[in-house]
Ligand binder design. Structure first.
Ligand code: ZN
Length: 512
């Protein structure tokens, strides 16, 4: 067991006793109920004892759940942050918690429980040929770049360069095709083309150095990796895969290159429209759903009402969860769910995957991480310039004359990215054996075809529970966790730069 697993286990050990008590009590009562239904006799004292145990366990669990759900403290431990500059502490605190937000009220939004293989490049080629777009030519460099989509170290910058800045369009269509979602949801090719063009234009609208179309393409590919290489794909329905990839594609559409806090403190039109709550995330969702629903960019017209509702619920949950101020709440919720004996809410699991992908650049090779850091700093400094012009105080890390780039990344990795990926890894390990569960259901289904109605009802019961939740049985180790080595290496590099300031000029300039 490695450090991170030990950490999570230790955190949850004291809680697991009371959860275990709930589980045992439920089993006891279920056995008694079965005996009653079968007309078997048992002692009155046995029933009284079981009920008393159940009451005790439920009360304990209720008290704990209530405490967890009402807890509005974020888990940024500032006591252990003495070694990093105050400005970096301010940035972490104002971005990833709600502490310095104008509104401190915790979101009351409750996530609802919702429930191949041709080489990359060839799918894209085939779909365009089928659509008779004779003049659409996919060059060999694009096909070559897309072939590496299964790799964690995928070079999105290279694809962007060779594809004439169309990285999102190629990656977007590629992932939809890999799971045959364009066929399944009868998406008109022309509409898909228009939608991808509009998405790309929206990401270019504010000419951001970080929150642009390359970042969107990078996040889509990272989500694809986390779903594809961990076999999480086997636990998802088609509509969940569709929602998941669309959420990744749209998650920063028309990003203004400024933060939610900036919108709120400047009382922007967007902040007014969305009442200061997850301002940008609400904008990304509202604008793209308008596009997707109808007209020449409509890609959802073939979904029936139930599919549309499930798709919309999931995409909204996932994109709202990319609001960085919900970071600690999200990580805490998943940690909490990991100690429960049976279920992880699928919507919450997919939301964590998108959030992790969104902050994953420190988990990528140094040369990519360094580029992303440079771009992000440029964007922060542009916001700082606007703040200076407007006579507002600088937001943390936005003053280009004082900002400490390496220190900010060290804090970001240590306090945000690494803990997030630890929980993500533990979560993925916990749900790995869900595939076996699906296999069992399939076997039961096959068997029910030969054994009458009662078996079919059992299968239906199993299926409905599997649709809503991911069942945890025996956690398995992930085969591929390439992010760990990059996190360590990148952290080492930043520390090296801090201790040898001369090196910094080689990597990231302190001032842009
Ligand atoms: Zn993003």
């Amino acid at each position: 067991m490695d450090n991170k697993t030990t950490q999570i286990t230790a955190d949850s050990k004291s809680l697991s006793t009371s959860f275990q008590a709930c589980y045992s009590s439920a089993n006891e009562l279920r056995d008694l109920l079965k005996m009653m239904m079968a007309g078997q006799s048992f002692k009155r004292e046995t029933l009284i004892l079981s009920m008393e145990n159940a009451i005790c366990a439920l009360e304990k669990a209720y008290t704990y759940e209530k405490k967890m759900l009402n807890c509005d403290t974020d888990e940024l431990d500032t006591k252990n942050m003495q070694s990093i500059p105050e400005e970096v502490q301010d940035w972490l605190s104002s971005t990833f918690t709600r502490k310095l937000s104008i509104s401190n009220e915790e979101s009351k939004h409750k996530f609802k429980s919702i429930a191949n293989v041709i080489r990359a490049g060839i799918f894209v080629d085939r779909i365009y040929r089928r659509a008779s777009l004779a003049n659409f030519h996919i060059s060999t460099p694009i096909v070559d770049a897309l072939k590496k989509m299964n790799d964690w170290d995928f070079d999105v910058f290279e694809l962007h360069k060779v594809s004439d800045e169309q990285s999102l369009r190629y990656i977007g269509i590629e992932v939809l095709n890999k799971y045959d979602l364009i066929n399944k949801y009868k998406i008109p090719i022309k509409h898909l083309e228009n939608f991808m063009n509009e998405l790309t234009n929206g990401y270019k609208l504010y000419d951001n150095s970080y929150h642009n179309v390359v970042h969107a393409a990078d996040v889509v590919q990272t989500v694809f990796y986390l779903i594809h290489r961990t076999k999480l794909q086997d636990t998802l329905t088609d509509i969940e895969k569709f929602g998941c990839f669309i959420a990744a594609m749209i998650h920063d559409y028309e990003h203004t290159g400024t933060t939610n806090n900036f919108h709120v403190k400047t009382s922007s039109q967007m902040a007014l429209l969305y009442n200061d709550r997850s301002v940008l995330e609400n904008h990304h969702l509202s604008r793209t759903f308008n596009m997707m629903r109808e007209g020449e960019t409509g890609i959802l017209s073939a979904l029936n009402n139930d599919e549309y509702r499930e798709f919309r619920d999931l995409v909204i949950d996932m994109v709202l969860a990319t609001d960085m101020s919900s970071h600690f709440q999200q990580v805490k919720t998943i940690k909490h769910l990991l100690v429960l004996p049976e279920y992880i809410d699928k919507s919450k699991a997919l939301s964590l995957i998108l959030h992790a992908a969104d902050i994953s650049h420190p988990c990528k090779p140094w040369q990519h991480h360094q580029k992303w850091t440079h771009s992000l700093m440029q964007e922060f400094f542009r916001q700082g310039d606007q703040e200076l012009e407007m006579g507002l105080p600088f937001s943390p890390l936005c003053d280009k004359t004082t900002t400490l780039v390496p220190e900010s990344q060290i804090g970001f990795i240590n306090y945000i990215v690494d803990p997030c990926f630890q929980v993500l890894e533990a979560m993925l390990e916990s749900i790995l054996d869900y595939k076996d569960k699906c296999k069992t259901i399939k076997e039961k289904e096959d068997s029910s075809k030969h054994h009458g109605a009662s078996t079919s009802m059992e299968v239906e019961k199993d299926r409905s529970s599997s649709m809503n939740n991911i069942v945890i049985r025996n956690p398995k180790k992930l085969k591929h966790t390439p992010w760990n080595q990059h996190i360590s290496k990148n952290l080492e590099n930043w520390k090296d730069i801090v201790s040898n300031p001369a090196k910094e000029k080689t990597f990231v300039p302190r001032r842009i």
